[in-house]
Design a protein around this ligand. Sequence first.
Ligand code: GRF
Length: 215
Amino acid sequence: MLTVAVLISGTGSNLRALLDAAADPDYRAEVVVVGADREADGFAHAEEYGIPSFMVPWAQFASREEWGAELSAQLAVWRPDLVVLSGLMRLLPASLVDEWSPRIINTHPAYLPEFPGAHGVRDALAAGVRQSGASVIIVDNGVDSGPILAQERVPVLPGDDQHTLHDRIKPVERRLLIDVVRRIASGELDLQAASASAVAPSTVAEGDVSASPAS
Ligand code: GRF
C-alpha cells in the first residue's frame, strides 16, 4: 500500500476525491495524514474519514525556511511514500523539495507549461485562449516547472469567468490526480524514472513568491 500525505490550503476537493478513491480496496494507496498551512475547510474531509491532520500555520513562522522545517518535521512523523500538494498555496523551501523529490507531486489548473503560478485560471482567461487544462507534475524548485506526469485539455467557453472555468477544470484535475496516484501505487509509474527522463529542471529566481507551485 502506498502511503500518502496530502497538503492543502483550501476546500480540499482534490483531497476528497482521493479519499473517496482510496476507499476502494483495489486502490493501492491510502491517505495517512492531511496537512495545511492554515485552518482549511478541507480538514473536514480528513475528519470524516478519521484521518489525522496537522497544521503548520504560515503566519507563525519568521521565514519560509523555518515554516518548511516544521512541515518537514510533521511529515517525518508519518513517513509517507508520497506527498501530494493539492491546493497548498505556498511555495515550499528548496530544502523540503530536495528532501522529498521526486516523491512529491502537485496538481495545477492549467496545461503546463502554460500559465504556471498561483493564478493559472485567471491568467488563461486574461490571455484569451480557447483551451486551458489541468496538469499533475513532480514538484521541483521552480514554479510549476517540474516533470509533467499527466495533463489534459479543457475548453474555455465564451462567457467563462474564473469560477466557471475553474469548475470545469477541477473535475479533470481530480481525475488526473487519482489516476496518477493509482499508477504510482501500482508501480506502473516510476517517479524516479519520470524525474530522470525529464529535461533539466528550471530554477526560480530568488525572491518571494507569495503563492506556490502548488497553485
Ligand atoms: C485546485 O484547482 C488547485 O490546483 C488550485 O486550487 C484548487 C484547489 O482546490 N490551486 P481544492 O482545495 O482541492 O478544492
